[in-house]
Design a protein around this ligand. Structure first.
Ligand SMILES: Cc1cc2nc3c(=O)[nH]c(=O)nc-3n(C[C@H](O)[C@H](O)[C@H](O)COP(=O)(O)OP(=O)(O)OC[C@H]3O[C@@H](n4cnc5c(N)ncnc54)[C@H](O)[C@@H]3O)c2cc1C
Ligand code: SF4
Length: 501
């Protein structure tokens, strides 16, 4: 334990973010690093608990509590307090292939279950993770470490999101020859074409990791969709094992009159096109919010990314609709520690809207009735507004909560651009329909967490494609664990990959 009394002496402090006023002018990341001294002090706040819930990764109350990749948090907190940064990064890389991604975008379930958090603000675990890995890159401690020996076995990974990258990294380090197939023109899955650049820089952060993996021997093939350009059967013939990590990107649609009008888009199409533009493409599918009244339908993180993107594009107004009630500011009695705290979050997009427009863009307990349209100059029906009604959630005769409209609350909102961010319904069908893969009752690929085996021999599934839309850290966890199963299938018994010399 770094400092026995650290948690009593020091207060939680997080690195100062770039101010909303400044950051909305560009697409650069808004998070900053600590000074080294500040990070050490925050490390000293860790109590190194006998039972550290922060690294448990348990599911409590249907939600993850603690770190899903079981990061050895108390150990690296102690090491940074003692100035042993190189040891800290080795410890961190034992459990997490990509701390530079999670250190930026993870919602940090670890902090929700931190014991200090019982009666004081939690230890800054996520910021410490970010600090360790960025220092390691800056010091040159992260260098390509290709495996010393090759096994002669090969694996294909389908999909290059965090689950696919983690599986590829693990399998490659174990000496198998790995080829990653991606249908998009860039590698990264939702790390590149979902999460916006201001949260995760594509050139400086994602590319840095991909270059390392390439130097270590992983092969990436873009523009190839398995199930159409190449069949799964062909992959099975060409490789000793296949890992499917194609994500769960089928969006939930808004089924109301006017949906087909020009100016209504799915959130990820909008975000992807914007990222392409930032990366220098002159893509025709680019959607601009400049000088427009923008309505984002969906109050979750994807909706927030749309709010922040529309603001940077120069939107005239931005409103965000959420059908669920506003969460409380504090934990409630039925949501105790160490559960994930279901409290109201004012995220970066909302902070920026407050700065620019003077109020939180979110409207809670609101339902879209229809999209209003008018003919535009090219004779197309284009969106002009949205009609909404306020609702309450009430139990029906079967005891199920259903939305009930509140009389007299109808409202018409002016809109030129509507972005649908209402969640996802599972994996897309092309691969599944063409290959005879079994699905579970939520339409994800059927494979148990633990062995990750599909109904097809030598074919494994992991990440969102197996569990439904989730988090980067869960995808990394699944990719790692699926790789272990693949390795056991290829060359039992399993051996741990060795990081560092
Ligand atoms: C807008 C948005 C923002 C998000 N922000 C966060 C965040 O801040 N923090 C967080 O933790 N999580 C976030 N998430 C969730 C997180 O990004 C996902 O849970 C995670 O990326 C899932 O990883 P994955 O590897 O399973 O799939 P994905 O990242 O979806 O990658 C799957 C890849 O497979 C490819 N593919 C699919 N089918 C085929 C095929 N047949 N052949 C070849 N390639 C194929 C796809 O093109 C895609 O590139 C966000 C999600 C969205 C949509
Ligand atoms: S990966 Fe996420 S949950 Fe795990 S330590 Fe990092 S921030 Fe916490």
């Amino acid at each position: 334990m770094g400092k026995a009394t650290g948690f009593m002496e020091y207060k939680r402090e997080v690195p100062k973010e770039r101010s909303p006023k400044e950051r909305i002018k560009d697409w650069q990341e808004f998070k900053n690093k600590f000074s080294e001294e500040a990070a050490k002090i925050q490390g000293a706040r860790c109590m190194e608990c006998g039972i550290p819930f922060c690294h448990s990764g348990l599911e409590i109350g249907g939600m993850v509590s603690g770190c899903p990749v079981n990061n050895l948090i108390p150990e690296w907190n102690d090491l940074i307090y003692k100035n042993k940064w190189e040891e800290a990064v080795r410890r961190l890389l034992k459990t997490n292939n990509f701390p530079e991604f999670t250190g930026r975008v993870c919602p940090a379930p670890c902090e929700g279950s931190c014991t200090v958090g019982l009666n004081d603000p939690a230890v800054t675990i996520k910021a410490n993770e970010y600090q360790i890995i960025e220092k390691a890159f800056a010091e040159g401690w992260i260098q390509p470490e290709p495996p010393e020996k090759r096994t002669g076995k090969s694996a294909a990974v389908v999909g290059s999101g965090p689950a696919g990258l983690a599986a590829a990294d693990q399998l490659n380090k174990l000496g198998h020859k790995v080829t990653v197939y991606e249908r998009q023109d860039r590698i990264g899955g939702l790390l590149v074409y979902g999460i916006p650049n201001m949260k995760l820089d594509k050139e400086k952060v994602l590319k840095r990791r991909l270059k390392l993996m390439e130097a270590e021997g992983v092969e990436f093939i873009t523009g190839t969709e398995i199930g159409s350009d190449l069949s799964l059967e062909e992959l099975q013939r060409g490789f000793d094992a296949v890992v499917l990590t194609g994500g769960a990107t089928k969006p939930r649609d808004l089924e109301v009159p006017g949906r087909a009008a020009e100016g209504v888009h799915f959130a990820v199409d909008y975000l992807k096109a914007n990222t392409k533009r930032i990366l220098g493409d002159q893509n025709e599918d680019y959607i601009s919010a400049e000088a427009k009244d923008v309505i984002v339908i969906g109050g979750g993180d994807t909706g927030t990314d749309c709010v922040a993107t529309a603001i940077r594009q120069g939107a005239k107004t931005v409103n965000q609709f959420e059908i669920m009630p506003k969460s409380p500011d504090e934990r409630q009695a039925d949501n105790p520690w160490p559960e994930w705290p279901k409290t109201l979050k004012v995220d970066y997009g909302q902070e920026e809207a407050i700065e620019l427009f003077g109020s939180d863009p979110r409207e809670f307990l609101i339902m879209t009735k229809d999209i209003l349209t008018a003919e535009n100059d090219s004779g197309q029906k284009a969106v002009t507004g949205v009609r909404t009604v306020k609702i309450n959630w009430e139990k029906d005769e079967n005891g199920r909560f259903t939305p009930v409209e509140k009389a007299g609350t109808e409202k018409v909102w002016s809109a030129d651009l509507i972005l649908i961010a209402m969640g996802f319904l599972g994996p897309e069908e092309t691969l599944i329909e063409s290959s005879g893969l079994e699905q579970d009752n939520r339409s994800n690929i059927k494979a148990d967490y633990g062995d990750f085996k599909t109904n097809l021999k030598g074919v494994f599934a992991a990440g969102d494609m197996r569990r439904g839309q989730s988090l980067v850290v869960n995808a990394i966890d699944e990719g790692r664990k699926a790789a272990r199963e693949v390795d056991q299938y290829l060359q039992p018994p399993f051996t741990e990959p060795i990081y560092g010399k």
